[in-house]
Design a binder for this molecule. Structure first.
Ligand SMILES: [Fe+2]
Ligand SMILES: [Fe+2]
Length: 332
């Protein structure tokens, strides 16, 4: 890759403190690792076709120019929570142009980084194509509401808080790809619809390979500059937000999804943060300086807080279920 004066990293806002690698140096040092992992990815990824996962025979024209039937909720075989999760997952995938812009600006469009950026974008593009086709063909969601939500969400765009920081960005996408994998997989299982589950498992497989790519890069970042990498992980874990956080009514939607066990604090801590931290040996490293040690201590504190918050959520949920069951018994 060419890292010339006009490379975006040349405009990175913060100068490295003493002993830290510059953003440009990190990108250059990691390029060989990118190439190795790109090749690993290309040999592991299996070609698949979104159209073959969509039950086209179940489709019918909608009202409008074609004079078909208007959508009605009675046509959907999914419950409200499954619809909410699928819409949130799809809108998140829809914002791909913004994500592409963010990673192309940071990693560049040349060499192995560039090849990865374009390949990743092409694979991600498959996800919204497949999910939208499935939802519209099976009349699972209101197509007008879905399109309006897409316009609003994409109209706002997405700006990464890690635009100028290679290690922060790698930490973020490692967690985010794993979070997306789990969210798709759990949505499919929750939906109770075999076709939905089959499609989302396929999408989740892609997300898993993306996670492995970024996580291996993050691990390499730890080898290059352990203190800097630990600080980056701490910053990302502390302020983590899913890329779909800008979707309208995200708060209400995420509570619904949390209660259903599709994605909540427990899953975030135990199935997303912890496995990545284990893989990069965040809590076992012996190569940290004082700054890295301090960041690790703070990180351990945040993991404990998240664990406690997850317990509180589970207790509340159990109490709520018990109340509902008691009410059901009285009514019966
Ligand atoms: Fe995706
Ligand atoms: Fe992905």
């Amino acid at each position: 890759m060419s890292l010339t004066a006009e490379h975006p990293q040349a405009k990175a806002p913060s100068a490295p403190t003493r002993g830290e690698m510059t953003q440009t140096a990190l990108l250059l040092e990691l390029e060989q690792v990118v190439e190795t992992n790109l090749n690993r990815h290309l040999s592991a990824a299996k070609e698949w076709f979104p159209h073959s996962y969509v039950p086209w025979s179940q489709g019918a024209d909608f009202d409008g120019p074609l004079g078909g039937t208007a959508w009605d909720v009675s046509q959907s075989r999914l419950n409200d929570t499954a619809r909410t999760a699928l819409i949130l997952n799809l809108l998140t995938e829809d914002n791909l142009p913004s994500y592409h812009h963010e990673i192309a600006a940071l990693y560049g469009r040349d060499g192995a980084w560039g090849t990865w950026v374009h390949r990743w974008t092409a694979e991600e593009g498959r996800h919204s194509i497949a999910i939208r086709d499935y939802l519209l063909t099976t009349r699972a969601v209101d197509p007008v509401e879905l399109e309006r939500a897409r316009m609003t969400h994409m109209g706002a765009g997405y700006i990464s808080p890690h635009t100028h920081h290679v290690l922060n960005s790698l930490a973020y996408v490692s967690f985010q790809e794993l979070a997306t994998r789990i969210s798709h997989r759990n949505t499919g299982a929750y939906s109770g619809d075999k076709l939905c589950d089959q499609l989302l498992q396929k999408v989740a497989n892609d997300e898993n390979l993306h996670m492995v790519f970024y996580r291996n890069l993050l691990a390499a970042g730890f080898e290059l500059s352990p203190d800097q990498a630990m600080r980056a992980v701490l910053d990302v874990v502390r302020g983590f937000q899913m890329p779909g956080a800008g979707v309208e009514n995200f708060g209400r939607k995420s509570v619904q999804i949390a209660v259903a066990g599709i994605y909540n604090l427990r899953i975030h801590r135990d199935e997303v943060l912890a496995p990545v931290l284990r893989n990069v040996r965040a809590f076992e490293r012996t190569d940290l300086g004082p700054a890295g040690e301090q960041a690790r201590e703070e990180l351990a504190g945040i993991m404990d807080e998240l664990g406690a918050a997850a317990c509180r959520f589970e207790e509340k949920l159990a109490a709520r279920k018990a109340r509902e069951q008691a009410r059901g018994a009285v009514e019966a």
